[in-house]
Design a protein around this ligand. Structure first.
Ligand code: GAL
Length: 679
């Protein structure tokens, strides 16, 4: 596995150069329909401005109907039809679901859950990533497909598998147990080292031989945290290994064709920072609930996707035109909403807008899931009309391709920390990491301040403010990196329950937050987690605010108190502290401040650092900036029903790319509408 897990050094395809226009389209599953509709599909796609479709994602059995027997005749015809209509293909490797004949031949390819239940065939994604014949069959299929279509001019991108880990992110079968032991041996070398890392002296868990080690299957109570954490890592690597097995073949046969696989919304099992090193473009599938109004979480995810590859634009690989089928109640998107959400993706750094799926299915589990064209083929449907209008409109935005988002604020987001901090047996067992991150993100989002996401070991010098929410796990070198950032002039904000454990979930020796204690100039003497309904108050700049969930009892060791608790036995003790170090500043927030307090605190820091929104805007209006070498762009997205008017800086002339009008002084944007200003 190690050999495959290395990132490549050679030149990788530049997506924005190879696809120099806004990509628009969706998943296309022609095998669900009779052939006589394919020409009609292509005609309607062309009319809708579609220029890219993801083809063949679930087509393994159609391509290989029997073991070793391939049928490409139908796919040849589909691809030729699409090409004749100038529609490019994001060709799938068709490995997302193994065929029934494969499962019959290899029943041990079916994944096993932690309680020993083996899952069955009949839905999708039913495979164990460490099943050797699966890897061999995958390699053969991918090589055959790549060899067949390598020179086809319609081939624009490769789509490996689909949403890795979506339904089965961890398998606990015997194949995985054996592979886990090998993985551990490579990681720790000796069984003594493993015992030390996992702290197996506790509860008589010590291992004498590698063969004694099992995955963290269902056990009487909490499994060893080090074992659980390593199983997260191992499964992430197992799925990545499967991806890389395919990627290696595609790169060998088609070195110039970009490769990707689609990511999902804050998907805990896969470390997307690690995965992003292995895709040529980050792509993701976004399905906010229309009841949300303004989809902040999706915006945060867009920013994460853009950050995964250091600012390189991403593709929104899937969204739904209106309704999904998998929530309890599947609300539809009101007219105009799909367009606004698409522009939000573009504003946050998207160079492609695609849907699941082109044509709504007639049968199967997703027949109630919306498509770009309804199953009835109604060209006059509201949905298709909106799809068509957007596709035509996006042609005006080709100048944005490759454009970057300037950001001065970064939030640390770290998957291994996420895995560790949400393991069981903590002082507070309901502190979702993503929610803690979102609390900080939301304050920036409300103010239209661009945010990048970074890892704790990244070079942070480009940012004026770096926020580390709940950085429970601090890995080797990370504390030093944060110290260097602060002493060089940066402002670092660290929140409670940070600096607690090393990479094996063992406490650092000494007082909390041990590795960050000197930098923050504090000591955390005690944690005080609050049950639901309990809260406290703090005073900040003479004003009272609420706080909840958790409070640290803090002792100052060089830092000064910025806010103090006003309740409980530690009233008067610091709740928020600030410590100067070098030419920078390290702020510690020891409790879950309410949004008003966090907003006031962050607002003050942004002002001090001179960080402001590109334009001042009313509530529910996003203003997003994207710059190319030639031009700057402002995307103004109005989620309100009523029109809004925004002042523009003097001495600057703009062109609204959507209307072609010249704009200066101010701009009025109608309710549920958008403007894209170039200057
Ligand atoms: C995605 C998946 C698609 C389709 C879609 C429905 O997770 O990649 O194949 O199932 O969801 O929303």
């Amino acid at each position: 596995m190690d050999q495959l897990l290395s990132t490549e050094a050679s030149a990788i395809p530049q997506v924005s150069k190879l696809i120099p226009h806004m990509s628009y389209g969706g998943d296309y599953n022609p095998e669900q329909w009779n052939e006589n509709i394919w020409l009609e599909d292509a005609r309607l796609m062309k009319e809708a401005g579609v220029n890219l479709v993801s083809l063949g994602i679930f087509s393994w059995v159609k391509i290989e109907p029997r073991d070793g027997e391939y049928d490409f005749s139908w796919l040849d015809r589909v691809i030729d039809i699409l090409h004749a209509h100038d529609i490019g293909i994001n060709l799938a490797t068709a490995t997302a679901s193994t065929p029934a004949w494969f499962v019959r031949k290899y029943p041990d390819s079916l994944p096993v859950e932690a309680d020993g239940t083996r899952l069955s065939f009949g839905s999708r994604q039913h495979y164990c990533p460490n099943h050797k014949p699966l890897l061999a069959y995958t390699e053969k299929l991918v090589r055959t497909i790549a060899t067949r279509y390598k020179d086809h001019p319609a081939l624009k991108m490769w789509h490996i598998n689909n949403e890795y880990g979506c339904h089965v992110s961890r398998c606990y079968c015997d194949n995985c147990a054996a592979a886990f032991r090998t993985w551990l041996q490579e990681r720790y070398g000796t069984i003594e080292e493993l015992n030390a890392r996992w702290g197996t002296r506790f509860w008589s868990q010590q291992y004498g031989e590698w063969e004694e080690i099992q995955p963290p299957r269902k056990a009487p109570t909490f499994c060893n945290p080090g074992q659980q954490l390593d199983y997260f890592r191992f499964m992430n690597d197992s799925l990545l290994n499967l991806y890389l097995t395919e990627k290696r073949i595609l790169r060998e046969i088609t070195p110039a064709v970009p490769i990707s696989t689609n990511f999902m919304d804050f998907f805990k099992p896969l470390d997307y920072f690690r995965w992003a090193k292995e895709v040529d473009v980050a792509t993701w599938d976004s399905y906010p609930d229309p009841r949300e109004g303004q989809p902040v979480r999706a915006a945060m995810m867009h920013d994460l996707m853009r950050s995964l590859r250091k600012g390189q634009p991403f593709f929104l690989m899937e969204q739904v035109t209106s309704q999904v089928n998998w929530r309890d109640i599947n609300v539809n998107k009101a007219p105009g909403v799909m367009r606004l959400w698409s522009y939000s993706a573009i504003g946050h750094g998207g160079d492609g807008i695609l849907f699941f799926q082109w044509r709504q299915s007639r049968a199967g589990a997703e027949k109630f899931h919306g498509g770009m064209i309804p199953h009835s083929n109604d060209e006059n449907s509201r949905i298709y009309r909106e799809v068509k209008a957007l596709g035509q409109e996006l042609k005006k935005l080709n100048g944005l391709i490759g454009a970057r988002t300037p950001a001065k604020v970064a939030i640390i987001f770290d998957w291994e920390n996420w895995w560790a901090v949400e393991l069981d047996s903590k002082p507070h067992n309901d502190l979702p990491y993503v929610q803690r991150v979102a609390a900080y993100y939301n304050e920036c989002f409300k103010r239209n301040i661009a945010v990048d996401f970074v890892q704790p070991s990244d070079d942070l010098t480009a940012y004026d403010i770096v926020i580390a929410p709940m950085l429970y796990m601090v890995k080797p070198g990370e504390a030093e990196n944060l110290e260097g950032y602060v002493s060089g002039g940066g402002t670092l904000i660290v929140s409670y329950f940070s600096g607690i454990v090393d990479e094996n979930d063992r406490f650092y020796p000494g007082e909390f937050p041990a590795p960050l204690r000197k930098l923050l100039g504090i000591q955390v003497e005690e944690f005080d987690p609050y049950p639901q309904g309990h809260a406290n108050t703090v005073t900040y700049r003479g004003q009272a605010y609420g706080c909840s969930l958790w409070s640290d009892v803090i002792q100052l060791e060089g830092a000064e108190a910025v806010a103090t608790y006003t309740g409980h036995w530690y009233a008067g003790r610091p709740a928020v502290t600030s410590h100067s170090s070098g030419s920078g500043n390290a702020v510690y927030i020891g409790t879950e401040l309410d949004a008003d307090c966090l907003g006031a605190l962050l607002g003050e820091m942004l002002t001090t650092k001179g960080i402001s929104a590109p334009l001042s805007a009313p509530e529910q209006v996003e203003v997003l900036q994207r710059d190319t070498e030639q031009n700057k762009h402002l995307l103004i997205i109005n989620y309100n029903q009523e029109e809004v008017c925004l002042d523009l800086p003097e001495n600057e002339d703009y062109v609204n790319l959507l209307t072609g009008e010249r704009v200066s002084g101010s701009i009025t944007v109608s309710g549920i509408d958008v403007a894209v200003l170039q200057y």
